[in-house]
Design a protein around this ligand. Structure first.
Ligand SMILES: [Cu+2]
Length: 165
């Protein structure tokens, strides 16, 4: 299961990095971090669930449906089904002065699910131009994310939520 998880991470984040590398799909060039372009790119990059300030940075959070992502990348339905309820959380930080992605980042996110009783803390790992984590979102309802990040001597945090249908 662990090796599959890692492979998926590569697919999801690999796809994201590939898109970022495409001409006209520049993270750095767009104010606010992520591209405002419509079309398939945004879908492949998941859903935007937050944009705003995190400490000194401009940030955007996106959530990727792992199962849908797997199906799109041609993984069999049987294998895709293993990722039901899994989401990949991506946090993009941009330095507002230079408009460049902040990549030397560490952090974690506390995810609280609809039942409110349980929450889990996961590490945000550097993945190219974003930091991210796989999060388990098995039941519909409201999920709250409290992210704490730091880069160099700077720190920031943000809380945002997502209603899973
Ligand atoms: Cu990632």
């Amino acid at each position: 299961m662990r090796s599959i998880g890692n492979a998926v991470l590569m697919v999801v984040c690999g796809a994201a990095l590939f898109l970022v590398a495409l001409p006209g799909f520049s993270v750095a060039a767009e104010p606010g971090g992520m591209p405002a372009k419509s079309g398939g790119h945004d879908m492949d990059m998941g859903e935007k669930i937050f944009s705003g300030k995190v400490g000194p940075w401009t940030a955007e959070a996106r959530l990727v449906d792992m199962k849908a992502q797997m199906e799109k990348s041609g993984v069999s339905a049987k294998n895709s089904a293993k990722f039901a309820g899994q989401r990949h959380l991506m946090l993009f930080l941009t330095d507002p002065a230079t408009k460049k992605p902040v990549t030397a980042t560490a952090g974690n996110v506390v995810v609280t699910g609809p039942d409110k009783a349980s929450s889990s803390k996961v590490a945000l790992v550097v993945m190219g131009v974003h930091i991210g984590a796989d999060v388990s979102m098995p039941t519909p309802g409201k999920y709250t994310f409290k992210a704490d990040v730091e880069s160099g001597a700077k720190k920031g945090s943000a809380t945002f939520s997502y209603a899973l249908k």
